[in-house]
Design a protein around this ligand. Sequence first.
Ligand code: ADP
Ligand code: MG
Length: 285
Amino acid sequence: QQVLKKSSSSKVSDNYLLGRILGKGAFGTVYVATNRKTSHAYACKSIDKAKLVSEEDRQDIQREVDVLNLVGQHPNVAELYHVFEDAKHVHLVLELCKGGELFDRVVSKGTFTEKMAADFFRTMVTVVEHMHQLGIMHRDIKPENFLLTTEDDSAVIKLADFGLSTYYKPGQRFNQIVGSAYYVAPEVLRRDYSFEADMWSLGVILYILLSGLPPFWGDTEEDIFKMVLKGDVDFKTAPWPNISAEAKDCVRKLLTMNPKQRPTADKILQHPWLKQQGAAPDKPI
Ligand code: ADP
Ligand code: MG
């Protein structure tokens, strides 16, 4: 059964050589793919059609392609170059992010300054701002979905994985619980949410970027959800006493329980800690 409305009529293997595995997700596997003509390396996300059980699953793949086509031009999105579909798979040929997931890099860095955190985080907010301007929410904002283009310090961050993204209209409410437990907003758990949920997830990421620990945690999903619904955030334990008041203020604003009072992407970009020559200190945390 055909999943996509439009895809290349040729075969992926005629055009690309699929190599080592870069990552695995719910529906498929991501490979390094080398273009047979140009030898240029890409990433190929091969989605197993057998795992798409419902009509909704199939629509999700179509939407992922549509969203990638809409936002793929943004400098901080992994661009979609080619789409193939055969009997067993849908293949999305994407810009290759050789640097892997952002958080592995942050963890391996050793010293990390607030300024570095602010620089990374500003870029993340900028992509989300762009999506919201287009009326699309991501719904799966988490560290694993931000990738780096190269292994060196000049690497650019790219948002990848638009598998849960969806269009929204002003005032439209959503009730489907999606995303990952650590990053999920309280209103999502209450099944009444909109784009502001992405801003909460960004707040969770910023908390982790600065402290290395998630703000809401537990042994089970249920335990994590309980903490999210309580919304108490610890700013007392190390390293928080060493972190600037502006940084804490920025996290606190994003982790506002009431989505109506939570800053939007363009609003938080005006925050003194996040501004280009902003208040973020350039000393190790
Ligand atoms: P899923 O929707 O199943 O979560 P993702 O699109 O997030 O799939 O891909 C799974 C993993 O594959 C990512 O977390 C990342 O490690 C790797 N990956 C995905 N896209 C790329 C890419 N463009 N370049 C490099 N690695 C990628
Ligand atoms: Mg993913």
